[in-house]
Ligand binder design. Structure first.
Ligand code: ADP
Length: 492
């Protein structure tokens, strides 16, 4: 199959969150299964500054886009996957992150920026870029590529397409004034298309027009059909339930493997857990916390946004201190949450430490050196850190929602007996419920035999991309067959 995979970010070239991890590793796994998958991302300034070599392969004049754009081609680093960059300097040659100015405010012209990106994807999809390559299916991801299924719906023949929701909270909403500047077909502004409560919704393009929709865990696929997590789109999504699938993200175990990780002080595996303790001591030292392997060490690594429930963690800091525990936070985002973290560090310097910022290497060390990982998310489409934690022998404590519910098995007498327990989960999004789970975990933490069983069961879990990649391939085949009007052998 020829597959075009479109995303606004891809690790290791550009990353703000889990989408980049997926776009950096799922295509590799699909390539390993011998399909011709090509990735397309915008040519951000920071991507072009990297040492990777890209060659100019096409000049495009795109409908509705004032300046011509260039297509550059190279490889997704460390793989044989072809990577296309959409080089539109007026839109992407600027500092800051893909969506925001350095100060944190969103780029005011995001609608125009990602419209030009989608127009370029449209051209690549239709083999209209002079590259002599035609995808059988276009796999779009999140709102930044949401226009693509809508644009493709206007062409016949056209490739099949799939739209993956990584997080329904981000929808790419823009007002009428912004819409007018996009030079899009006028009928895109209608409730049957992409108008949503008098706003232009990029994500609706994917939800309405894609041949199939996926999201990144089966539980989240259910949750977005409810008013609680559907953001008013639950009716539309439920209407598409027959063409909606949840596939849990994999993780890249060549990057996240404690046995070979060059970013941690000492490598280890399930048979050499004493080396994990060395990482713990080094981590305590790094953060200036009292160095003592007996102190239970909790951590979280996160974008600092309301979704992640960091406030619930900060609420229970006094109780963690009472339990003589330590807490390490790595994250950046919302200024208020950052300030609250700094206050907790100031109030309890012996127990709480934080690095406010983005540090990939430190995130590996934290996963390696911590005893328990906290993820009290209010919602979590899939979540990756709990899966990294499992592999690093760090027991996850998670809220029972979305992908967290699908990847962590709560510890109960029964799951201990069946040796399936891998962590602790709780239901209510409250600090009391989080504290109860933490206290449950601490009881087991003090029983080394049981704790070791938990750690080892977690380390054995396999969330490699291969399985998920096979599910995607089966689904691609189903969608393509369905479009060709062929009988579908089996649903994916
Ligand atoms: P989301 O996509 O909602 O941010 P995920 O758990 O799916 O959440 O993915 C987050 C990814 O970003 C993980 O790989 C995590 O380690 C990483 N990450 C988040 N914040 C930081 C940070 N401050 N420093 C390093 N890595 C981070």
């Amino acid at each position: 199959m020829n597959i075009l995979f479109a995303s606004a970010e891809a690790h290791p070239l550009i990353k703000t969150g889990g989408l980049a991890d997926v776009a950096g590793s799922l295509p590799r796994a699909i390539r390993n299964l011998r399909h011709d998958i090509r990735v397309v991302i915008p040519a951000y300034q920071s991507v072009l500054k990297q040492p990777e070599k890209f060659t100019l392969v096409a000049h495009l004049v795109l409908e509705g886009v004032t300046q011509p754009v260039r297509i550059l081609a190279g490889r997704l680093p460390g793989s044989t996957v072809t990577l296309y960059l959409v080089d539109s300097p007026e839109h992407f040659d600027r500092p800051g992150n893909p969506y925001t100015i350095e100060s944190g405010a969103v780029w005011p012209d995001n609608a125009e920026r990602f419209t030009s990106f989608c127009r370029a994807i449209e051209a690549l999809s239709l083999d209209a870029a002079g590259l002599d390559w035609q995808p059988d299916i276009v796999h779009c991801n999140d709102w930044q590529t949401g226009l693509v299924p809508a644009l493709l719906a206007r062409h016949l023949p056209r490739p099949a397409n799939l739209f993956t929701i990584h997080n329904l909270a981000y929808q790419g909403l823009h007002d009428w004034k912004a819409f007018k500047k996009l030079n899009l077909p006028a009928d895109f502004w209608s409730t049957e298309a992409m108008e949503f409560h008098n706003q232009f919704s990029f994500i609706k393009g994917g939800l309405v027009f894609a041949d199939w929709i996926t999201t990144v865990s089966p539980t989240y696929a259910q949750e977005i059909q409810t008013s609680e997590l559907g953001y008013g789109l639950e009716g539309l999504i439920s209407h598409r339930a027959d063409t909606l699938t949840g596939i849990v993200n994999g993780v890249d175990y060549s990057v996240w493997n404690p046995g070979r990780d060059l970013q941690i002080p000492v490598t280890f595996n399930a048979r050499s857990l004493s080396h994990k303790i060395e990482n713990k001591r080094a981590l305590q030292e790094h953060f200036g916390l009292p160095v003592d392997e007996r102190i239970p060490l909790f951590a979280t690594i996160s974008r600092l946004v309301e979704q992640k429930g960091i406030d619930l963690i900060l609420d229970i800091v006094p109780q963690l201190v009472k339990h003589n525990a330590q807490l390490i936070v790595l994250g950046s985002g919302d200024a208020e949450i950052e300030a609250d973290i700094r206050s907790a560090v100031k109030a309890y310097p012996e127990n709480v430490a934080a690095f406010i910022g983005y540090d990939e290497s430190l995130s590996h060390h934290i996963e390696a050196g911590t005893d328990m990982f906290l993820m009290p998310s209010r919602f979590e489409p899939c979540g990756l850190n709990q899966i990294y934690s499992l592999r690093y022998g760090t027991v996850p404590i998670v809220r029972h929602t979305g992908g967290l519910a699908d990847t962590v098995t709560d510890t109960t007498p029964k799951t201990l007996e069946t040796k399936t327990a891998t962590g602790f989960s709780f239901d209510a999004a409250t600090s009391d419920a989080l504290l109860a789970a933490v206290e449950r975990a601490l009881v087991y933490y003090r029983q080394p035999d049981i704790w070791q069983q938990l750690v080892c069961t977690g380390m054995k879990q396999d969330f490699s991309w291969k399985r998920s990649a096979q599910l995607y391939i089966k689904l691609y085949e189903t969608i393509i067959a369905r479009r060709a009007g062929e009988p579908i052998a089996e649903s994916a």
